[in-house]
Design a protein around this ligand. Structure first.
Ligand SMILES: *Cc1c(COP(=O)(O)O)cnc(C)c1O
Length: 417
């Protein structure tokens, strides 16, 4: 779809001077590409879409229609999945904090429950002792070392991941012994998820191999799924200048490992992948109207009705790929300028040191690749959060309205004295 200034102006009259656009066809394209890459090489394959990456209900429902399970990391996300009609048997319940009640709900609904800590194991055991007539299945998230020649591969350089049950110190082994004593617990799954810097194919091969080997050693008769988590790269904008592996690269390496580990046709556990960023990052754009362009000494500041919070809440320094829609094509000089937002923070830069034709009042700036960890991280700070518009072919549907004072300060929540 090629947008024009006129089209954006029309949309902005309807939906506000800044808004997100969600490209539904592109999401379907990403999903099918990822799905087919794995499914063609390993038929027992399941995608569990990571809700926290972007949990707009309309998007989650579309994922479910495409065939994805819901991968949730809180009871709130769990309840959202149920609310939009996801079969609880297709919910994967992860995350570091689960109460006894959460665990009970997941077990009774036969969701895929991956326990993250020993205290969660104790909740499961308590439930099973209370309900001896019920057989329950659980998965265990494990923690093992991925570092390469003593160098951490984890994001931000953390030495250890804090998630899962540690294999090396014997916690995993003692958990297995404890769980083994309970008649009605079946160890059906093994899980890991690592956020690494480089999202390398080799890392996923290692994770897959380790999980398969633990499963074969400790859950040989009961293993139903190997869940290797998320974190893979999707298609990146060329502007990022990163040579990232394709879905086929990941799939061929990972599937080769699991096919070797489980060579017999009738004994192939499900392989679960939990993608977030790779499915949704490039299907959202954010459009903001230019309110004014001002000059401070010799620098130009383009003030837009948006904020860095809308497009990169982590405030990293890289400029996103952008398109500018000028309301009149004229002859401005090429200059350096900054794009800054509506908040009162000095650091509210949507882009820094951009070179090109200076945008002006009533132009629009479109920021690409804002689908992951943006909308969910957008704080209710100073202004109402903008609307979100899904488009498909030539139809536009408002899937989240712009907030108003009423939702911002919800009267059920706040006391208005
Ligand atoms: C966040 C998360 C994911 C998704 O990670 P992405 O980097 O968005 O692909 C998958 N699984 C678990 C357990 C997570 O916490």
């Amino acid at each position: 779809m090629k947008l024009s200034h006129k089209q954006i102006e029309d949309l902005s009259k309807q939906f506000g001077s800044s808004f997100y656009l969600f490209n539904v066809n592109k999401l379907r394209h990403n999903y099918r590409k990822l799905h087919d890459a794995f499914k063609n090489r390993y038929p027992n394959f399941i995608i569990g879409y990571s809700y926290k990456t972007n949990y707009i209900p309309y998007l989650c429902k579309e994922m479910y229609s495409l065939g994805a399970y819901a991968e949730v990391v809180s009871k709130l996300e769990y309840d959202l999945a149920v609310k939009i009609g996801v079969d609880p048997k297709k919910i994967i319940f992860n995350g570091p904090i689960k109460s006894f009640e959460d665990i009970k709900t997941a077990l009774e609904n036969e969701s895929l429950l991956n326990i993250d800590s020993l205290y969660e194991m104790d909740h499961v055991i308590a439930y099973c002792l209370d309900n001896p007539e019920r057989q329950v299945k659980i998965g265990i998230r494990v923690n093992f070392d991925l570092s390469e020649s003593n160098k951490s591969v984890l994001q931000a350089g953390y030495e250890k991941s804090r998630f899962g049950i540690c294999v090396a110190n014997g916690d995993f082994g003692s958990a297995l012994i404890k769980l083994g004593k309970i008649q009605n617990i079946i160890l059906a799954g093994i899980h890991a998820h690592f956020s690494t810097n480089e999202r390398k194919v080799e890392t996923y091969m290692e994770v897959t191999k380790k999980l398969c080997s633990l499963a074969k050693t400790h859950m040989c008769d009961t293993i139903e799924y190997i869940d290797i988590g998320g974190g893979i790269y999707g298609e990146l904008p060329p502007e990022f200048g990163v040579q990232s592996p394709s879905f086929d690269d990941y799939a061929s390496a990972i599937c080769e490992v699991i096919n070797n580990e489980f060579p017999y046709k009738n004994r192939k556990p499900f392989l679960i992948l939990e993608p977030g960023i790779s499915l949704v990052a490039n299907v959202f754009t954010f459009i903001a109207k230019v309110i004014e362009t001002k000059r401070i000494d010799d620098q130009y500041f383009v003030v837009v009705d948006g904020s860095v919070h809308n497009i990169k809440p982590t405030m990293h320094k890289r400029n996103l790929p952008m398109k500018i829609f000028y309301h009149q094509e004229d002859t401005q000089k090429n200059l350096h300028y900054h794009i800054v937002g509506y908040t009162c923070m000095e650091k509210d830069y949507l882009a820094f040191g951009v070179k090109g034709k200076l945008p002006n009042k009533n132009d629009f700036i479109l920021f690409e690749n804002v689908g992951a960890y943006t909308i969910v991280f957008n704080p209710p700070f100073i202004k109402e959060r903008p609307s979100i518009i899904a488009y498909e072919n030539n139809t536009y549907l408002e899937i989240r309205k712009k907030e108003t004072l009423r939702e911002f300060f919800h009267e059920d929540l706040y006391l208005f004295p």
